[in-house]
Design a binder for this molecule. Structure first.
Ligand code: NAG
Length: 205
């Protein structure tokens, strides 16, 4: 009786914790071919520029390798140079704790019938200035990562590109335009007030 309970609780624990959801990046097979339009070293502008991403099964793997893939998520990921001294962008092998790929580009059901799929993404306005690459994860029906692919090599040194944040480029313009609007409203009221006083004093005389 007691041992059954023990086994049951171990199984439950397994289902809820360790056996489930602790997917390690190092355990994933690189079976996807992933492409992104920016050339090595390109500098793109957040909020303006577009990135076309493509993904599909690497054709050197046998057909059916992707039989269990249900969903694909393509993400924008920090290159090592932009993770240095930044714990909040750290790479952790346990994927739930990994901070490498914080920006979702697109999520789609996985389509086995297509060799290649693509998506055009306008870089989100709040993307910070950094060096990036693109990675795609394949998910099983239980929502766990089962495979991946990326635009860079395993050391994350090739095919990296830069994104420039809006701050400092557009932000100063935005501030300037707000200042001008406030100034014009204030001066409009100012002139209105002066005119009114003038009108008043001229009727008195
Ligand atoms: C496809 O997989 C093979 C074997 O792992 C690898 O050598 C090759 O570079 C991959 N091709 C692409 C385009 O990712």
């Amino acid at each position: 009786m007691g041992s059954r309970l023990l086994i049951a609780s171990i199984v439950l624990f397994c289902l809820s914790e360790t056996c489930h959801g602790e997917v390690h990046f190092s355990s994933l097979k690189r079976t996807l071919t992933v492409g992104a339009s920016p050339k090595q070293g390109a500098v793109l502008k957040a909020g303006d520029d577009k990135i076309t991403v493509t993904w599909g099964l690497n054709q050197s793997f046998p057909a059916g390798t992707d039989a269990l893939y249900k969903k694909i998520k393509v993400k924008l990921c920090y290159a090592p140079i932009s993770q240095k001294d930044r714990a909040w962008r750290k790479t952790v092998d346990i994927l739930k704790k990994d901070k490498t790929c914080q920006f979702a580009i697109v999520a789609r059901p996985y389509d086995m019938s297509k060799k290649d799929q693509s998506f055009e993404w306008t870089i989100e306005r709040d993307t910070p200035t950094a060096t990036y690459f693109v990675r795609a994860y394949a998910y099983s029906s239980t929502g766990e990562e089962v495979a991946f692919g990326q635009t860079t090599d395993s050391q994350k040194t090739t095919n990296l590109f830069d994104i420039q944040a809006i701050t400092g480029r557009h932000a100063s313009l935005d501030i300037a335009s707000v200042c001008f609007s406030v100034f014009s409203v204030v001066s409009l009221f100012g002139f209105f007030f002066i005119e009114k006083r003038k009108a008043k004093s001229s009727t008195k005389n």
